[in-house]
Design a protein around this ligand. Sequence first.
Ligand code: LLP
Length: 425
Amino acid sequence: MHHFHYHKRELYAEEVPVARIVEEVGTPVYIYSAATLRRHFRVFREAFSGIPHLLCYSVKANSNLAVLALLAREGSGADIVSGGELYRALRAGIPPEKIVFSGVGKTEKEMEEALSAGILMFNVESLGELEALSRVARRLGRKAPLAIRVNPDVDPRTHPYISTGLKKNKFGLPEGLAFQAYLRAKEDPYLEPVGVDCHIGSQLTEISPFVEALRRLKTLYLRLREEGLPLRYLDLGGGLGIVYGEEEPPPPREYAEALLREMRDLPETTLILEPGRVIAGNAGILVTRVLYVKHHPPTEENPEGRTFVIVDAGMNDLIRPTLYQAYHRIQPIRETLEGETLVADVVGPICESGDFLARERRLPAVRPGELLAVMSAGAYGFVMSSNYNSRPRAAEVLVDGARFFVVRKRETYEDLVRLEEIPEF
Ligand code: LLP
């Protein structure tokens, strides 16, 4: 469910015509819907209302301050993976006691910042990191609350680049080593094990891998409690998939019901979830303008020839199609009636053959100057963008009902070189 819809054949973000935003802000532009973000968060929260739980929105999915502030007001916590994300989360008003810190490569400086801020817990991913956390805690004279991230070796059946809970992935510790790490932490006056954590992957469209992972986590959790560790958090990470095209991910309610069943026999335990994409993915679109349409004549290999719709957003703006062969729906801002179509590669201006937003896609017969919306771009869109080819990054706009706000200005050429200096050779 999202609030991008056609009214009189024109695409609206909530009550605002997308074309009006473009008139003011230009293209490419990311547009987010506040109502959609709120709705997604609330649906998720209600689905888990039957048990003690904490939703820690995964900041990496979309870390714009306005998005974080909106979710903070809904009561969200944050799953962070860097000092930068900690800074953003705190700036946006997310209470530190609702922040969990994941990631395989935390530096001591980042740990220090997070510990001083008073976060809920560190999701520790290696024995080396455990030692480092202990050193940091000793230096600051405080106890570091932690969970060990377990790698449960469960196949999430998703794209290999976004699968994280398999033995061959770099994430977490296998159960045996995790157990050792807990015993080590228990003896350390500066470490306080409070939970067990895992995250098995992203864009999952089945429930069973989550249930499987939760069962394994539970077994370890109970064993550790028997050892006298006063654990109270089970963190299952994020990963619930969304509809980009034809996938049929389970709705949050079904996902929650399956997890709640597993949680029933666990007293005094808070379930932590780190949803990212499911909150932000379908709450955002990327709007781009068609610059040129060109047709390459037929070749032996390609008897039809090939049509390219060249747009002003490239892989530097949205890298998912290039990086994961991800599918994003592409829709015109003004629906045409004629029904004339073409099959084209929608490509950006970047000097790389991998710079495409869609391949061999059937589209209305677009012309230069027309606007296209790349759908489901609210998660892992802007946050993964870059300045490659010295392209200023796109503007970000948040729509709320009949109003819209530029929540990140379009970068300027000056921004591109702001931190650079020509030395006196
Ligand atoms: N927790 C941890 C520890 C994570 O690593 C992630 C995502 C999440 C939570 C949130 O997962 P979600 O609910 O969004 O699936 N750039 C890729 C996705 C990478 C996901 C990385 N970790 C993409 O565009 O598909």
